[in-house]
Ligand binder design. Structure first.
Ligand SMILES: [Zn+2]
Length: 118
């Protein structure tokens, strides 16, 4: 059986990747707050404005950091220009493509989230 995780669901682009057994073990060993953050980012249901707008809790979908695009998990993790320098300092890239995002490991996503201070 192959487990599949869908990254950044209900967003464009939506990314799917195989979930390795070690990923599942790693997730099971995370603290509850880390699991909540990870699930929020992967599902797009974290406190991003697009999600808040859909829930009727925000007047805008625009990213509060750059105001150039919709505030989604994919935008924050991969291509928000306001976070580019922090992304580069931590991981050595300014922008991440959808294909490159498939290669992110669980710990990378969590480190990005804590480093970029979503
Ligand atoms: Zn932005």
């Amino acid at each position: 059986m192959v487990n599949v995780v869908v990254l950044f669901t209900n967003q464009v682009p939506s990314i799917t990747k195989p979930l390795a057994c070690e990923d599942i073990v790693q997730i099971r060993n995370l603290e509850r707050d880390q699991i909540r953050l990870l699930c929020g980012i992967l599902s797009g249901h974290y406190l991003f404005r697009k999600h808040l707008f859909t829930m009727g809790l925000s007047d805008s979908t625009l990213c509060p950091r750059c105001e150039a695009d919709e505030d989604t998990a994919f935008h924050a993790v991969c291509n928000c220009p306001a976070l580019a320098s922090r992304r580069y300092t931590t991981f050595g890239f300014h922008v991440l493509s959808a294909e490159e995002a498939k290669e992110l490991k669980i710990e990378d996503i969590l480190l990005l989230a804590t480093t970029l201070k979503f």
